[in-house]
Design a protein around this ligand. Structure first.
Ligand code: IFM
Length: 449
């Protein structure tokens, strides 16, 4: 049977390194109209023809809303130390100013069950499912949304306090702000540089406003945020500027304000007319200290500056790609983490909060032979180890995802799970990649006795 091998002295084999699996609310829950939940921007977006492949939506998804108990048991069976999930804002605050006890109870059951089975819980407050009633008031283009987020963070953290082991304010603000409000390919489907940058500033402000609230209500938990990063590589020597701009727009824009208290100059110079209105004090709010940084890594970009002086992604032909078309490039993860350590003197400990591969998996004779994913995890675990050896403090690794789920604009076509989901019967089947994770964790636990 496949098993991931880690170098014998790897810090990742020690019991204080956290191995986990991750999911998010809209991608797995379903129960869209149950338990007092009101629509999010993703319910609205999915209803617009042509926005999501096959017209898919998250109304049922993995039906985790009903199957959560068996899903949590399955997570525990894998032998992981932690489960990373997100809370649907509109289950907790279904209408402005209203708190829904049923929503809180839904997550409380999951959290309690995880703890009862010996796992920690990492909870993200915002994984892109903004309540639709807030979008109707401008969504992230409206500064007020940042304050609404702080109120929501207060409700959740007052209720759960230290029961949530690790809080994340945001997941991948680059995606929610830029894909949603700049490039229009995610909800709410708005296009425009000005809009994208404004949404990003308000999202970062939301993070900063929530930090002291979370610390007050959950003083013994850890607090931070999760960013995604695709390191850039130059197509040729003349493309260094393209590399700098690409990384500055995609992730420095979101990490610099937190760790340096400023937005990167290269972006401000590039888009002088699209910069958001930053009020006095905003940057101090956003740069409140964090306990950890979550980093999501999938692949890299190879870039060049085209004849119009615009950064272009180069499509590589002769490289290995996953079903979604992303290059398999484990070295990028090591390079990224090392580069982060060099860029930020005050880089806090890192969790790899997502890493994984999309496949076109199916069950044959009860088995899912996702060989490519097994290799993907093996090489990326090694890449994580290499970054640790190079001096980066990495405290955990979460596989994306626990199970196949609603992959946003790609619908259900792209399967990222280490567990296969049959969407007709809601049967879960452990893929080879899950079994290999389980086998590695069993061996690690035995070694740590
Ligand atoms: O499915 C997403 C997840 O919601 C956020 N990070 C990237 C994953 C794969 O695209």
């Amino acid at each position: 049977m496949a098993k991931y091998e880690l170098p014998i002295n790897s810090r990742m084999l020690k019991s204080d390194f956290v191995f986990g699996v991750a999911t998010s609310s809209y991608q797995i829950e379903g129960g869209a109209e149950e338990g007092g939940r009101t629509p999010s921007i993703w319910d609205t977006f999915c209803a617009v023809p042509g926005k999501v492949d096959n017209g898919d939506n998250g109304a049922v998804a993995c039906d985790h809303y009903h199957l959560w108990k068996q899903d949590v048991a399955m997570i525990a069976e894998l032998g992981v130390d932690a489960y990373r999930l997100s809370i649907a804002w509109s289950r907790i605050v279904p209408r402005d100013g209203e708190v829904n006890p049923e929503g809180l109870k839904f997550y409380e059951n999951i959290i309690d069950e995880c703890h009862a089975l010996g796992m920690k819980v990492y909870v993200t407050l915002y994984h892109w499912d903004l309540p639709q009633y807030l979008e109707e008031k401008g969504g992230w283009l409206n500064r007020e949304t940042a304050y609404k987020f702080a109120q929501y963070a207060d409700i959740v953290s007052q209720h759960f306090g230290d029961k949530i082991d690790v809080y994340s304010t945001l997941n991948e603000p680059a995606v929610s702000a830029f894909l949603g409000y700049r490039f229009g390919i995610h909800a709410p489907g708005i296009k425009g540089n000005k809009e994208g940058f404004l949404a990003s500033h308000h999202t970062m402000l939301a993070h900063g406003l929530a930090m002291p609230i979370l610390r007050k209500n959950a003083p013994n938990s850890m607090h931070g945020l999760v960013v995604n990063a695709w390191p850039a590589y130059a197509e040729s020597e003349k493309d260094q500027f393209a590399v700098e701009l690409s990384e500055a727009e995609s992730y420095h824009w979101f990490v610099d304000p937190v760790l340096k208290g400023e937005y990167p100059a290269i972006v401000k110079e590039r888009y002088p007319y699209d910069m958001p209105m930053i009020l006095e004090g905003d940057m101090a709010i956003i740069s409140a200290p964090i306990d950890y940084l979550g980093v999501n890594y999938y692949s890299r970009n190879v870039v060049r500056l085209n004849e119009h002086n615009v950064v272009e992604k180069v499509v590589l032909e002769d490289v290995e790609k996953t079903h979604i078309g992303w290059e398999v490039y484990p070295q990028g993860l090591t390079d990224l983490l090392v580069a982060m350590k060099q860029r930020y003197d005050n880089l806090p400990p890192i969790y790899i909060t997502e890493n994984g591969a999309a496949g076109d998996d199916s069950v044959t004779d009860g088995e899912v032979n996702d060989t490519q994913r097994v290799n993907y995890f093996q090489t990326h675990l090694k890449a994580t180890h290499d970054a640790i050896e190079a001096g980066v403090q990495i405290d955990g690794y979460f596989a994306w995802s626990l199970m196949d789920n609603f992959e946003w604009a790609f619908g259900y076509e792209q399967r990222f799970g280490i567990v296969h989901v049959d969407y007709t019967t809601q049967t879960r089947t452990l893929k080879q990649s899950a079994k290999a994770y389980q086998a590695m964790l069993v061996e690690r636990a035995a070694g740590n006795k």
